[in-house]
Write a protein that binds this ligand. Structure first.
Ligand SMILES: Cc1ncc(COP(=O)(O)O)c(C=O)c1O
Length: 362
């Protein structure tokens, strides 16, 4: 069987143009050529994230920075906001880093709300919090702007935000949000191969990191800062990813960021419409649906259609598509369709046609 078109929520399909950029012949990472490459993409990343801060490149998947953020920014106790597989895991990672940590838990399918965080932070126990903006496992988008507004009330708390599956698909204006660290892996809406992450830190985050003795080396924020000032990275980066990112950022600005955001909003709405039009219900609480992927109930909530998800996946495979059969504890009782990256109305309609055909024969 040939290549399956990926409609799983990451990694997503990588375009031929991106692969070509990825295959650019190698250069030295301490060369002027690399500095020029990073210096070319720095203002593009800053524009994408609406920030004047330097944006850092990490040769790791998102978890590297998620763990690094804990190691660099927590001295007292971290509040891990938990609403799905990735946000839940952050509590475990915090503890494995030897930090005091507590979870703020909501049912999967629900968002994290500002008043819940406010009540926890009001105890004065915490000097950091972690939040996953778009919980990829449940397809739930938490209200980042409203949560970030709490930073003004709790200026000494480090707001660490995973925008892994939302960054570049919707506006995540870092400076305006006033948060302290925002990160994403590149295999989601950026539609690059996995293994690379971008992130940005506030001045307060840098100052906090400087007070922490055991930051390690690979994810030391101060190393990223001093190297980025010279358009370099602390250690040898994936230069291939850097070339691919440069090409992708050109694509973003050619399309226009607002158009890009509108396209993602439209395609996720189309997918929700497709699901509901076929008797399914949606896993996320109404009003908090992701704009990059759709998490669909498989009869888990009353009134919803029930299908054999594994069979649907295998029938879709025969039609050349990879779709996801649910993640973590909702595997099988949900399935997920991604519409992030380079997808268009046309490519999504082709996916729905293949789904229609499969469902008719299920
Ligand atoms: C929201 C979110 N956070 C974190 C991660 C972890 O990313 P990685 O496995 O690339 O480190 C994922 C991966 O799917 C994710 O969706």
């Amino acid at each position: 069987m040939g290549h399956l078109k990926l409609h799983i929520p990451g990694p997503v399909e990588v375009s031929e143009k991106t692969w070509q950029a990825f295959r650019t012949p190698m250069i030295g990472h301490r060369s002027k050529d690399f500095q020029n490459l990073y210096a070319k993409i720095q203002p593009q990343l800053q524009q994408l994230l609406s920030t004047k801060r330097l944006v850092f490149l990490s040769t790791s998947s998102a978890w590297g920075i998620m763990e690094g953020a804990i190691r660099n920014l927590v001295s007292k106790k971290v509040l891990n906001c938990m609403c799905g597989a990735f946000s839940d895991k952050w509590l475990d990672v915090s503890k494995r880093c030897g930090k005091e940590a507590e979870g703020l838990t909501v049912d999967w399918g629900s968002p994290i709300l500002p008043e819940q965080i406010d009540a926890k932070l009001a105890t004065g126990e915490f000097d950091a919090l972690t939040l996953v903006h778009n919980e990829t496992s449940t397809g739930v988008l938490s209200p980042l702007k409203e949560i970030a507004a709490l930073k003004q009330k709790y200026p000494d708390v480090m707001f660490i935000v995973d925008t892994v599956s939302s960054m570049s698909a919707m506006a995540t204006p870092f400076d305006e949000l006033g948060i302290d660290l925002m990160l994403a892996g590149t295999q989601k809406a950026f539609a690059l191969p996995p293994g690379f992450a971008v992130f940005v830190c506030s001045d307060a985050a840098m100052k906090k990191a400087a007070t922490i003795g055991d930051r390690g080396y690979y994810f030391d924020l101060l190393e990223f800062q001093s190297n980025a000032e010279k358009s370099m990275t602390p250690s040898t980066p994936s230069i291939s990813h850097t070339y691919a990112l440069s090409s992708k950022l050109d694509d973003f600005f050619e399309e226009g960021l607002e158009n890009r955001y509108a396209r993602h909003a439209k395609l996720s709405q189309m997918t929700r419409d497709w699901a509901m039009g076929h008797g399914f219900t949606l896993f996320p609480e109404a009003g908090y649906e992701s704009q990059t992927l759709t998490c669909i109930n498989n009869g888990a909530k009353e009134g919803g259609r029930i299908i054999d998800v594994a069979k649907l996946q295998s029938m879709m495979k025969e039609r050349g598509y990879a779709i996801d059969g649910g993640y973590g504890k909702i595997k099988g009782t949900t399935f997920r369709l991604s519409s992030m990256g380079d997808e268009t109305e046309e490519t999504m309609k082709a996916l729905y046609a293949a789904l229609d055909d499969s469902l008719a024969k299920l």
